[in-house]
Design a protein around this ligand. Structure first.
Ligand code: SF4
Length: 337
């Protein structure tokens, strides 16, 4: 059991005062804290830095200003707006959730935990982030940043994603959550983790929580959270085939499940049709969370008729490649071509 040995009211006061002066107050999803914007930003920010998210968020909102606009959009268009952000299940779940909100809730964003948690892609921490930021409800979050800060404040010597540790962290999160100023408090936690209590080299000398931080007093904040032993990632290899006919290339749409689900890539089948002309590039590497992909691209000039039997594919003008949702490695294609 993790014990709270400091004064909770002082902790809340110090964190909120720091946020007021040093937090981020002008992010594009802040303003009037529209729940749709908050939700979108929360999903985009999972595993992704704020600076990367901002242009994607802005473009998304320009194209789909309301949740009902997102619900009505074609999946290809949604994926095209997400292409390059990675973790594509997030985009597919956003789209599914937008449809549920449009159809079942008349386009009005749910403001209770029970309905939010049932939407695809929304977990406990994300639901609470939406409720505390957009609806000012006293609901704590426990994302990666908050886990790291708690692991340091309490010098927790167990891996934070271990089930019983996570249970205890949730208890702490509830105990530390104020009844008021919930919006500012949640954002303060996020900002502290993202800007001061960073994964490496935390800026303890200017941290408002320094006096109560056990990891700091032990003189080794970097030692927390306890890290899992790093296993080397498995390696996968793939050969992609670039079929070109005049100024068009052949793309296939991948199934919704699996890597790059719902996006367009070159065909991956080992079947070589037509005249293989050259390797398009040296062996390339793309890292996923659970494996590294090493791939090569072979180029062919083919007769257009040869590909018509491929039901999932289509010929795309090279000049139009930008309007297709393609994962990061294939976005480089235009450059090679
Ligand atoms: S004192 Fe350092 S380790 Fe502790 S919460 Fe602040 S930044 Fe993180």
């Amino acid at each position: 059991m993790i014990k709270i040995s400091f004064n909770i009211a002082d902790y809340q006061r110090d964190l909120l005062a720091w946020y007021k002066h040093f937090g981020r107050h002008d992010l594009p999803w802040q303003g009037d804290f529209n729940p749709y914007y908050v939700w979108l930003s929360e999903i985009m920010l999972q595993q992704t830095q704020v600076t990367t998210v901002i242009p994607y968020f802005t473009r998304f909102i320009e194209s789909f200003p309301k949740v009902t606009d997102l619900a009505k959009a074609d999946q290809d268009v949604v994926m095209q707006h997400w292409a390059g952000l990675g973790y594509y299940a997030r985009a597919r779940n956003l789209h599914k959730s937008a449809k549920i909100i449009a159809n079942d809730y008349q386009g009005i964003f749910p403001n209770d935990f029970t309905r939010l948690i049932q939407l695809p892609g929304i977990g406990r921490s994300t639901a609470n982030a939406i409720l505390s930021i957009a609806f000012n409800q006293a609901r704590p979050i426990l994302d990666g940043n908050v886990k790291r800060v708690f692991a340091r404040l309490f010098a927790i010597d167990q891996y934070p994603s271990q089930q019983n540790t996570e249970k205890q962290l949730w208890q702490i999160a509830h105990q530390l959550m104020p009844d008021q100023k919930t919006q500012a408090y949640t954002q303060a936690q996020m900002d502290l983790g993202a800007t001061l209590c960073t994964r490496t080299r935390p800026k303890c000398s200017i941290c408002p929580l320094q006096s109560i931080c056990q990891a700091y007093h032990e003189g080794m904040p970097d030692a927390y959270p306890i890290k899992k032993e790093k296993k080397s990632k498995p390696i996968k290899t793939a050969l992609y085939h670039l079929y070109q006919y005049k100024e068009a290339i052949f793309l296939i749409k991948r199934p919704n499940k699996g890597i790059w689900g719902g996006l367009y890539t070159l065909p991956e089948s080992p079947l070589a049709m037509g005249q293989y002309t050259h390797m398009l590039c040296d062996t390339q590497k793309h890292s996923f969370t659970h494996f590294d992909l090493f791939y090569e691209i072979k180029a062919y000039t083919v007769d257009q008729e040869l590909m018509t039997q491929h039901s999932e594919g289509r010929w795309v003008d090279i000049a139009d490649l930008d309007s297709y949702a393609m994962p990061a490695p294939f976005k480089k294609l235009a450059k090679f071509l």
